[in-house]
Write a new protein. Sequence first.
Length: 167
Amino acid sequence: MGSWGITMRESDYGLDLLGTIVATQLKAVDFSTFNVTDALEVIKADIMEEIRKANRGCSAESLVFYFSENFPRNFTQGALLIAECLADYYRTGELTVTEYVGKNYDPVDHHIKEFVVTPADLKILLDELQSVQNPEHEFYQGWFEEETRQQWLAHIQSVQQTLNEHA
């Protein structure tokens, strides 16, 4: 995963997943509503398809291995992305997503003013936020510099606090 910041919305993979949510979910409802359950399903399907494509032609046993190794990590990244989106919505009353349209990929901002989130969705997001704060977790360990890790951890804790306030 290439990235240029501490949030999922600043990472290549996070932006790719958000683009998939835009294309498959948000466009269909004219950017009126962000449904967290649907977004979680979209990212699960996208992750599974990505793993299948990357491992075409391998044995069933190998495919099971690739799923067990890659799906949890990628799902956590997707859940963190959705948690960030929900926290932004709770903080500002809207979520702004950028869609790139036309031949020149002109940016068009859309302001989503409604979220649908169930208690089960919120539990999934909060569980993922909690899990990455464990010093043994690969995301926690993935930062080369302690200062950057602390910035990321503060961000994760801020997102978690915002979601907890609305639980």
